[in-house]
Write a protein that binds this ligand. Structure first.
Ligand code: PLP
Length: 345
């Protein structure tokens, strides 16, 4: 950047053009029909949170009667974002404590029961906090119900490439919906997958039914952004655009992400093996392997999580979530002992 003599002038309200192009192509695939037809409004946002917040302001202004639906549980900030934007929300069932898996029937029933035209917040991949994602077949059914109800899907994609190790695979949920011709919103973040937490770099993409609608939506997003923060920061946007636009850097990034995702998968496997070998109760631990991304829901309740902390000095959130990114292979056996003790005592 220094060699190129880049300056620190203001960006336009919608952000850096090269970043917006790169981010939409990473999300949807460069040859995606919606992109080629000019039906996607992309505005650079203040990372995932700021992009979600801008979209929430858009919902509040243009769909004042609409409600948002969020999964139970979800990333804690989703509620704050909708509250502050004055978008009413309710929860749909997602986590089933009996199976430590997806409550798919509950989810479908709650999405069906919501008022038509609701905004359904979905985690594109690596659901936070549970690590439990729908299967491709389940995504299709979710899309069916959302279409039947004239709901608008609102994806939060905070872990693209970081979950499976493949940028395309982690975007497949979003692409399934776009391929159906649906209008939808997608917030993106580069905090995790490029380690750009403090640069606050992300985007909001609105896939529309026509290029004309996309132009109008983009213009309205800019009207909302202008009095909120005027224009977004440039440094992280240049990093993303440079990495994606340079084949050597792009490949390096993809390899490093694969490595990180692979390490987390190895830790998952080792934890599962340790639990299965040590636990003589016959409990099925395979849910650990079915989850994806850096988080794992252990199924431990609050009292059991307290036992983890008080007796074993393992610090975790009280909902039973652990971060596998913070776990090394050599600590898996100790963790397994702690989990088994907390479950059975
Ligand atoms: N969405 C989800 C589900 C997250 O887990 C996070 C971060 O933890 C974010 C959005 C937003 O992060 P940021 O604002 O740093 O991009």
């Amino acid at each position: 950047m220094l060699e190129k003599g880049e300056n620190k002038e203001y960006l336009p309200i919608e952000g850096l053009a090269a970043f917006n192009k790169a981010t939409a192509e990473l999300l949807l695939g460069a040859d995606n029909a919606a992109l080629q037809e000019g039906r996607v409004a992309t505005v650079q946002g203040l990372s995932g949170t700021g992009s979600l917040r801008l979209a929430a302001a858009f919902i509040q202004r243009y769909f004042p009667e609409a409600k948002a639906l969020i999964s139970s549980p979800t990333w804690g900030n989703h509620k704050n974002i909708f509250n502050d934007a004055r978008v009413p929300w309710s929860e749909y069932r997602y986590y089933d404590p009996r199976t430590v898996g997806l409550d798919f029937d509950g989810m479908i029933a709650d999405i069906k029961a919501a008022p038509d035209g609701s905004f359904v917040l979905l985690h594109g991949c690596a659901h936070n906090p549970t690590g439990i994602d729908p299967t491709p077949e389940q995504w299709e059914k979710i899309a069916d119900v959302i279409q039947e109800k004239n709901h608008v899907p609102f994806f939060d994609v905070a872990y693209q490439g970081f979950a499976s190790g493949s940028l395309d695979e982690d975007a497949s949920s979003v692409r399934t919906f776009v391929a159906r011709g649906m209008e939808l919103l997608v917030a993106q973040s580069y905090s995790k997958n490029l380690g750009l937490y403090a640069e606050r770099i992300g985007a909001i993409n609105v896939v529309c039914s026509s290029p004309d609608a996309a132009t109008r939506v983009k213009s309205q997003l800019k009207r909302l952004a202008r009095p909120m923060y005027s224009n977004p920061p440039v440094h992280g946007a240049r990093i993303v655009a440079n990495v994606v636009g340079n084949p050597t850097l792009f490949n390096e990034w993809k390899e490093e992400m694969e490595l990180m995702a692979g390490r987390i998968k190895n830790v998952r496997q080792k934890l599962f093996d340790s639990l299965s070998q040590k636990d003589k109760s016959g409990k099925d631990w395979s849910f650990i392997l079915k989850q994806i991304g850096m988080f794992s829901f252990t199924g431990l309740n609050k009292a059991q999580s307290d036992n983890m902390t008080n007796k074993w000095h393992v610090y975790m959130t009280k909902d039973g979530r652990i971060s596998l990114a913070g776990l090394s292979l050599s600590k898996c056996e100790y963790l397994a002992d702690a989990i088994i003790d907390s479950f059975h005592n």
